[in-house]
Design a protein around this ligand. Structure first.
Ligand code: COA
Ligand code: ZN
Length: 310
């Protein structure tokens, strides 16, 4: 199968549901992940093995991993903050661990209750056992484009964390714009910079559309040489430990953009729109996604009666 121009990792089951105030029943989560597997995503972030007190919405991570029907072509990813989370992810049969630490120490303490050195010590404990159990390890730098408490994060700091992650032997790195503080210029420059350290097939960009710049940031990153992106169906998502956080780049809006400009994603927009249309019932409110409301660009409307001839 030809590699897509843009590889989308679907993160709605994790980033999307972690911030929802209602607890989505385990069976419903399993149904969502199964539908995403059927929709052809090669990577799905399924849940988080974090403290159930910190994120009650994902307290059923084991049961979700235990319940899903796995597509052999799909990588099932679990977010993990520490050694205990890694042990749970290994036992649950995750294919990949997504370790997260924030560039901003303040956000890392708010989110993970850890200083950088504690998070890095945890990562050093995780990589060996995960690899020995056959899992790959991706490491995310949250707040890479700015922190709601500390502001802009220096490139030198991002570079240093990338180097530390690589020295621990991680298989991939994600730069995450946790609260939508990135802009296309900064994205272009940071992506160009980090691509000197990390090859493009190991670098993922994770944008939030908090300030309406999600899709332009994806395009800027793509033009700078990146091709792997996180996105969430319906544009769900957000960090419960960051003030004002809101949704990820919306998967079907991104697929629509790619379809319109001739970039292959390997995903079918019509199928994604049908799936996205089921989300309001699942979570009890409208979703931020736009194409699901407006329809595809060429879903034409009937000509008004008074303009019709005869
Ligand atoms: N899974 C389940 N429970 C865990 C855990 C894990 N990965 N790591 C720690 N715990 C439990 C401990 O066993 C302890 O339980 P107890 O109160 O019953 O004794 C409790 O959580 C507190 O553990 P402690 O080590 O003192 O950590 P903490 O309270 O400082 O919390 C984290 C640290 C990392 C566990 C917590 O901040 C967390 O889960 N954060 C995740 C936040 C998140 O998912 N954010 C959004 C995604 S980026
Ligand atoms: Zn996110």
């Amino acid at each position: 199968m030809r590699a897509p121009d843009i590889l989308i990792q679907e993160v709605a089951p994790r980033d999307g549901l972690q911030i929802e105030p209602v607890f989505v029943e385990t069976a419903e989560k399993v149904r969502l992940v199964d539908a995403l597997s059927q929709a052809g995503f090669s990577r799905i972030e399924v849940s988080s093995f974090v403290s159930p007190k910190a994120v009650p919405a994902l307290a059923d991570a084991e049961d979700v991993f235990g319940g899903i029907r796995r597509n052999p072509r799909t990588m099932y990813v679990a977010l993990v903050p520490n050694r205990k989370g890694a042990e749970r992810a290994i036992a649950a049969g995750a294919g990949e661990i997504n370790f997260v630490m924030s560039a901003s120490e303040t956000h890392n303490r708010a989110n993970m209750g850890m200083r950088h050195e504690q998070s890095l010590a945890a990562l050093s404990d995780i990589v060996g056992p995960a690899h020995a159990a056959g899992l790959s390890v991706n490491a995310t730098i949250a707040t890479a484009f700015g922190c709601p408490f500390e502001g802009i994060q220096a490139f030198t700091k991002i570079r240093r964390i990338v180097r530390e992650y690589l020295d621990f032997g991680v298989d991939g790195i994600t730069l995450a714009d946790t609260t939508g503080m990135a802009n296309p210029r900064r994205v272009e420059h940071l992506v160009q910079d980090v691509l000197k350290q990390v090859p493009s097939d190991k670098l993922t960009l994770h944008f939030h559309n908090t300030r309406g710049l999600g899709l332009v940031n994806v395009l800027a990153a793509h033009e700078a040489g990146a091709f792997r992106f996180d996105a969430a169906l319906g544009g769900l998502g957000g960090c419960p430990f960051a003030p004002g956080a809101s949704g990820n780049v919306c998967t079907e809006d991104l697929v629509n953009l790619c379809d319109e400009i001739g970039l292959d994603t390997g995903l079918n927009l019509t199928a994604l729109l049908q799936l996205s249309a089921t989300l309001p019932q699942l979570i009890g409110h409208e979703v931020p996604g736009q194409v699901v409301k407006a329809g595809r660009p060429l879903d034409l409307h009937p000509v008004p009666e008074k303009l019709r001839d005869g």
